[in-house]
Design a protein around this ligand. Sequence first.
Ligand SMILES: Nc1ccn([C@@H]2O[C@H](COP(=O)(O)OP(=O)(O)OP(=O)(O)O)[C@@H](O)[C@H]2O)c(=O)n1
Ligand SMILES: C[C@](O)(CO)[C@H](O)COP(=O)(O)O
Length: 228
Amino acid sequence: MKVSAIVVAAGTGSRMKSDVKKTYMEIAGVPLIIRTLRALEESSLIKEIVLVVGEEDLDDAKSLMDQYGIRRVIRYAAGGPERQDSVRNGLQAVDDSVELVLVHDGARPFINAAEIDRVIQSAAEYGAATIGTPVKDTIKKVENGFVAETIPRQALYAVQTPQAFQAKLLRESHKKASESGYRSTDDASLVEWTGHSVRIVEGSYRNIKITTPEDLIIAEAFLRSPQA
Ligand SMILES: Nc1ccn([C@@H]2O[C@H](COP(=O)(O)OP(=O)(O)OP(=O)(O)O)[C@@H](O)[C@H]2O)c(=O)n1
Ligand SMILES: C[C@](O)(CO)[C@H](O)COP(=O)(O)O
Protein backbone atom coordinates (compact mmCIF):
# COMPACT_ATOMS: atom_id res chain seq x y z
CA MET A 1 0.00 0.00 0.00
CA LYS A 2 1.47 3.34 -1.07
CA VAL A 3 1.22 5.95 1.68
CA SER A 4 1.95 9.65 1.24
CA ALA A 5 2.22 12.13 4.08
CA ILE A 6 1.14 15.74 3.76
CA VAL A 7 2.94 17.89 6.32
CA VAL A 8 1.31 21.28 6.75
CA ALA A 9 3.77 23.98 7.83
CA ALA A 10 2.50 27.13 6.16
CA GLY A 11 0.93 28.83 9.14
CA THR A 12 1.94 32.23 10.49
CA GLY A 13 2.28 31.05 14.10
CA SER A 14 0.50 34.14 15.43
CA ARG A 15 -0.14 32.62 18.87
CA MET A 16 3.62 32.11 19.31
CA LYS A 17 4.07 35.88 19.24
CA SER A 18 7.55 35.56 17.70
CA ASP A 19 9.38 37.41 14.93
CA VAL A 20 10.60 34.02 13.71
CA LYS A 21 7.98 31.92 11.90
CA LYS A 22 7.01 29.04 14.18
CA THR A 23 7.76 26.43 11.52
CA TYR A 24 11.44 27.47 11.47
CA MET A 25 11.90 28.23 15.17
CA GLU A 26 14.74 26.21 16.67
CA ILE A 27 14.09 23.83 19.55
CA ALA A 28 17.40 22.86 21.15
CA GLY A 29 19.18 24.10 18.04
CA VAL A 30 17.10 22.26 15.42
CA PRO A 31 14.26 23.87 13.44
CA LEU A 32 10.80 22.67 14.49
CA ILE A 33 9.91 21.44 11.00
CA ILE A 34 13.11 19.38 10.78
CA ARG A 35 12.29 17.64 14.06
CA THR A 36 8.82 16.80 12.77
CA LEU A 37 10.09 15.54 9.41
CA ARG A 38 12.77 13.42 11.07
CA ALA A 39 10.03 11.77 13.14
CA LEU A 40 8.02 11.01 10.00
CA GLU A 41 11.11 9.60 8.24
CA GLU A 42 11.31 6.99 11.02
CA SER A 43 8.16 5.34 9.63
CA SER A 44 8.95 2.82 6.89
CA LEU A 45 5.29 2.93 5.77
CA ILE A 46 5.51 6.52 4.55
CA LYS A 47 6.84 6.46 0.98
CA GLU A 48 6.85 10.19 0.29
CA ILE A 49 6.22 13.48 1.99
CA VAL A 50 4.52 16.51 0.48
CA LEU A 51 5.66 19.55 2.44
CA VAL A 52 3.29 22.53 2.47
CA VAL A 53 4.95 25.84 3.32
CA GLY A 54 4.30 29.50 2.64
CA GLU A 55 4.72 30.45 -1.02
CA GLU A 56 7.47 32.84 0.03
CA ASP A 57 9.31 30.07 1.90
CA LEU A 58 9.43 27.40 -0.84
CA ASP A 59 13.04 28.02 -1.88
CA ASP A 60 14.30 28.36 1.70
CA ALA A 61 12.44 25.18 2.70
CA LYS A 62 14.14 23.19 -0.06
CA SER A 63 17.53 24.49 1.09
CA LEU A 64 16.71 23.55 4.68
CA MET A 65 15.87 19.98 3.60
CA ASP A 66 19.26 19.71 1.91
CA GLN A 67 21.03 21.24 4.89
CA TYR A 68 19.55 18.69 7.30
CA GLY A 69 19.56 15.70 4.95
CA ILE A 70 15.77 15.21 4.83
CA ARG A 71 15.38 12.80 1.91
CA ARG A 72 11.71 11.74 2.11
CA VAL A 73 10.32 15.17 1.09
CA ILE A 74 9.90 14.92 -2.64
CA ARG A 75 7.10 17.37 -3.38
CA TYR A 76 6.26 20.85 -2.19
CA ALA A 77 3.05 22.86 -2.21
CA ALA A 78 2.22 26.41 -1.25
CA GLY A 79 0.01 26.94 1.78
CA GLY A 80 -3.35 28.66 1.75
CA PRO A 81 -5.18 31.17 3.95
CA GLU A 82 -6.19 28.49 6.50
CA ARG A 83 -4.99 25.01 7.42
CA GLN A 84 -7.82 23.40 5.43
CA ASP A 85 -6.65 25.24 2.29
CA SER A 86 -3.06 24.16 2.88
CA VAL A 87 -4.08 20.52 3.18
CA ARG A 88 -6.12 20.81 -0.02
CA ASN A 89 -3.14 22.31 -1.84
CA GLY A 90 -0.98 19.48 -0.54
CA LEU A 91 -3.53 16.92 -1.73
CA GLN A 92 -3.25 18.27 -5.27
CA ALA A 93 0.46 17.41 -5.19
CA VAL A 94 -0.20 13.78 -4.15
CA ASP A 95 -0.01 11.31 -7.02
CA ASP A 96 -3.32 9.70 -8.06
CA SER A 97 -1.75 6.25 -7.55
CA VAL A 98 -1.45 6.85 -3.80
CA GLU A 99 -3.95 4.74 -1.83
CA LEU A 100 -3.65 6.27 1.63
CA VAL A 101 -2.83 9.81 2.73
CA LEU A 102 -1.61 10.84 6.17
CA VAL A 103 -1.91 14.47 7.24
CA HIS A 104 0.35 15.80 9.98
CA ASP A 105 0.94 19.20 11.54
CA GLY A 106 4.45 20.50 11.03
CA ALA A 107 4.08 21.85 14.57
CA ARG A 108 3.88 18.37 16.16
CA PRO A 109 7.49 17.12 16.43
CA PHE A 110 6.98 14.51 19.15
CA ILE A 111 5.12 11.93 17.10
CA ASN A 112 6.84 8.55 16.82
CA ALA A 113 6.95 5.82 14.18
CA ALA A 114 4.86 3.36 16.21
CA GLU A 115 2.04 5.90 16.56
CA ILE A 116 2.28 6.87 12.88
CA ASP A 117 2.08 3.23 11.81
CA ARG A 118 -0.90 2.55 14.08
CA VAL A 119 -2.81 5.44 12.51
CA ILE A 120 -1.93 4.19 9.01
CA GLN A 121 -3.01 0.64 9.83
CA SER A 122 -6.26 1.88 11.37
CA ALA A 123 -7.04 4.04 8.33
CA ALA A 124 -6.31 1.10 6.05
CA GLU A 125 -8.87 -0.93 8.01
CA TYR A 126 -11.55 1.69 8.67
CA GLY A 127 -11.00 4.26 5.90
CA ALA A 128 -10.25 7.12 8.29
CA ALA A 129 -8.40 7.39 11.59
CA THR A 130 -7.05 10.03 13.92
CA ILE A 131 -4.78 9.84 16.91
CA GLY A 132 -5.89 11.45 20.15
CA THR A 133 -5.91 11.32 23.91
CA PRO A 134 -8.67 11.33 26.52
CA VAL A 135 -9.34 14.82 27.84
CA LYS A 136 -7.85 15.42 31.30
CA ASP A 137 -9.70 18.62 32.19
CA THR A 138 -13.39 19.25 32.65
CA ILE A 139 -14.68 20.91 29.46
CA LYS A 140 -17.45 23.47 29.54
CA LYS A 141 -19.34 25.27 26.79
CA VAL A 142 -19.37 29.04 27.44
CA GLU A 143 -21.86 31.59 26.13
CA ASN A 144 -21.65 35.33 26.87
CA GLY A 145 -19.03 34.76 29.57
CA PHE A 146 -21.05 32.21 31.50
CA VAL A 147 -20.96 28.45 31.57
CA ALA A 148 -23.75 27.14 29.36
CA GLU A 149 -23.00 23.44 29.63
CA THR A 150 -20.53 21.01 31.18
CA ILE A 151 -19.78 18.32 28.63
CA PRO A 152 -19.43 14.85 30.22
CA ARG A 153 -15.73 14.03 30.01
CA GLN A 154 -15.96 10.24 29.64
CA ALA A 155 -16.40 10.38 25.86
CA LEU A 156 -14.19 13.40 25.10
CA TYR A 157 -10.88 13.14 23.24
CA ALA A 158 -8.42 15.85 22.32
CA VAL A 159 -7.53 14.78 18.81
CA GLN A 160 -4.10 15.45 17.36
CA THR A 161 -2.36 14.53 14.15
CA PRO A 162 -1.41 12.38 12.31
CA GLN A 163 -4.77 11.69 10.78
CA ALA A 164 -4.93 9.23 7.90
CA PHE A 165 -7.47 8.46 5.22
CA GLN A 166 -8.14 6.48 2.10
CA ALA A 167 -6.98 8.96 -0.53
CA LYS A 168 -10.28 8.93 -2.44
CA LEU A 169 -12.27 9.63 0.72
CA LEU A 170 -10.07 12.57 1.73
CA ARG A 171 -10.13 14.06 -1.76
CA GLU A 172 -13.93 13.80 -1.94
CA SER A 173 -14.37 15.27 1.54
CA HIS A 174 -12.17 18.27 0.77
CA LYS A 175 -13.88 18.79 -2.59
CA LYS A 176 -17.38 18.72 -1.09
CA ALA A 177 -16.35 21.01 1.77
CA SER A 178 -14.76 23.47 -0.65
CA GLU A 179 -17.82 23.48 -2.91
CA SER A 180 -20.22 24.02 0.02
CA GLY A 181 -18.05 26.43 2.01
CA TYR A 182 -17.84 24.06 4.97
CA ARG A 183 -14.80 24.96 7.10
CA SER A 184 -13.21 23.12 9.98
CA THR A 185 -9.96 22.85 11.90
CA ASP A 186 -9.01 19.28 11.14
CA ASP A 187 -9.43 16.83 8.26
CA ALA A 188 -11.25 14.16 10.26
CA SER A 189 -14.16 16.58 10.78
CA LEU A 190 -14.51 17.03 7.01
CA VAL A 191 -14.76 13.26 6.62
CA GLU A 192 -17.24 13.06 9.53
CA TRP A 193 -19.28 15.82 7.88
CA THR A 194 -19.67 13.67 4.77
CA GLY A 195 -21.06 10.90 7.00
CA HIS A 196 -18.03 8.58 7.14
CA SER A 197 -16.89 7.24 10.50
CA VAL A 198 -13.42 8.03 11.85
CA ARG A 199 -11.53 5.59 14.09
CA ILE A 200 -9.75 6.89 17.18
CA VAL A 201 -6.21 5.66 17.80
CA GLU A 202 -4.91 6.04 21.37
CA GLY A 203 -2.04 8.51 21.38
CA SER A 204 0.40 10.11 23.77
CA TYR A 205 0.18 13.28 25.82
CA ARG A 206 3.70 14.04 24.53
CA ASN A 207 2.35 14.66 21.03
CA ILE A 208 1.79 18.35 21.67
CA LYS A 209 1.27 20.97 19.01
CA ILE A 210 3.83 23.75 19.42
CA THR A 211 1.43 26.69 19.52
CA THR A 212 2.23 29.18 22.31
CA PRO A 213 5.52 30.13 24.04
CA GLU A 214 4.79 27.77 26.94
CA ASP A 215 4.94 24.86 24.50
CA LEU A 216 8.60 25.63 23.78
CA ILE A 217 9.42 25.10 27.47
CA ILE A 218 7.55 21.81 27.48
CA ALA A 219 9.29 20.75 24.27
CA GLU A 220 12.74 21.39 25.75
CA ALA A 221 11.72 19.33 28.79
CA PHE A 222 10.57 16.46 26.56
CA LEU A 223 13.91 16.51 24.75
CA ARG A 224 15.72 16.22 28.08
CA SER A 225 13.59 13.21 29.05
CA PRO A 226 13.13 11.04 25.93
CA GLN A 227 10.07 8.82 25.84
CA ALA A 228 10.54 5.52 27.64
N1 LIG B 1 -2.88 28.47 6.72
C1 LIG B 1 -2.28 27.51 7.45
C2 LIG B 1 -2.46 27.44 8.87
C3 LIG B 1 -1.80 26.45 9.58
N2 LIG B 1 -1.01 25.58 8.90
C4 LIG B 1 -0.27 24.56 9.62
O1 LIG B 1 -1.16 23.76 10.37
C5 LIG B 1 -0.53 23.32 11.59
C6 LIG B 1 -1.45 23.58 12.78
O2 LIG B 1 -1.79 24.94 12.76
P1 LIG B 1 -1.41 25.95 13.97
O3 LIG B 1 -0.68 25.25 15.04
O4 LIG B 1 -2.61 26.74 14.28
O5 LIG B 1 -0.36 26.89 13.24
P2 LIG B 1 -0.56 28.41 12.89
O6 LIG B 1 -1.82 28.60 12.13
O7 LIG B 1 0.72 28.84 12.24
O8 LIG B 1 -0.67 29.08 14.34
P3 LIG B 1 -1.63 30.29 14.76
O9 LIG B 1 -3.03 29.75 14.68
O10 LIG B 1 -1.16 30.58 16.14
O11 LIG B 1 -1.36 31.41 13.77
C7 LIG B 1 0.79 24.07 11.70
O12 LIG B 1 1.87 23.17 11.46
C8 LIG B 1 0.68 25.16 10.65
O13 LIG B 1 1.92 25.49 10.06
C9 LIG B 1 -0.83 25.64 7.52
O14 LIG B 1 -0.09 24.84 6.93
N3 LIG B 1 -1.49 26.60 6.82
C1 LIG C 1 -5.42 19.45 13.36
C2 LIG C 1 -5.30 19.74 14.82
O1 LIG C 1 -3.94 19.71 15.21
C3 LIG C 1 -6.06 18.70 15.60
O2 LIG C 1 -6.04 19.01 16.98
C4 LIG C 1 -5.85 21.14 15.18
O3 LIG C 1 -7.21 21.21 14.83
C5 LIG C 1 -5.10 22.23 14.46
O4 LIG C 1 -5.67 23.46 14.87
P1 LIG C 1 -4.87 24.79 14.53
O5 LIG C 1 -5.66 25.92 15.10
O6 LIG C 1 -4.78 24.84 13.02
O7 LIG C 1 -3.54 24.63 15.18
